[in-house]
Design a protein around this ligand. Structure first.
Ligand SMILES: [Zn+2]
Length: 126
């Protein structure tokens, strides 16, 4: 009795693989309103942050330095652009905490900045 091994022809396998829709990577963060963002750079320099803010970017402020676990205080792109006209953010150091700004982008191309305590930016962050 011949053993029958059911196999899928190679051409068909290739077709199934290439026609399968790519699984989108999960978003790194959901901002206020539910929009998803992907992390571009975890630690951009203050001048970069200023340039991006002037072009238009919302901002989330991690006011306690926990990394956003307890939530962000949100600022509109208009408010952030206004702060950016006064200068670049100032990344500070306080005990073991170091100020940091991360850059994220939505699939639609909108930028989002996340500022982590201790950081100052005009009258925006404290
Ligand atoms: Zn926190």
């Amino acid at each position: 009795m011949a053993k029958q091994r059911r196999s899928v022809p190679f051409a068909q396998t290739v077709d199934e693989v290439t026609s399968a829709p790519p699984a989108p990577a999960p978003f790194d963060l959901h901002a206020r309103g539910g929009r998803g963002y992907r992390l571009i750079d975890n630690d951009i320099n203050p001048q970069q942050a200023r340039d991006i803010a002037i072009q238009g970017a919302a901002l989330g402020w991690d006011a306690c330095g926990c990394g956003g676990d307890c939530g962000y205080r949100w600022y509109t792109a208009e408010r952030v652009a206004q702060a950016a006209t006064s200068g670049a953010p100032e990344l500070r150091q306080q005990q073991h905490l170091k100020g940091r700004i991360a850059l994220l982008r939505s699939d639609e191309g909108d930028h989002l900045l996340l500022a982590h305590f201790p950081t100052r930016w005009g009258d925006l962050l404290d």
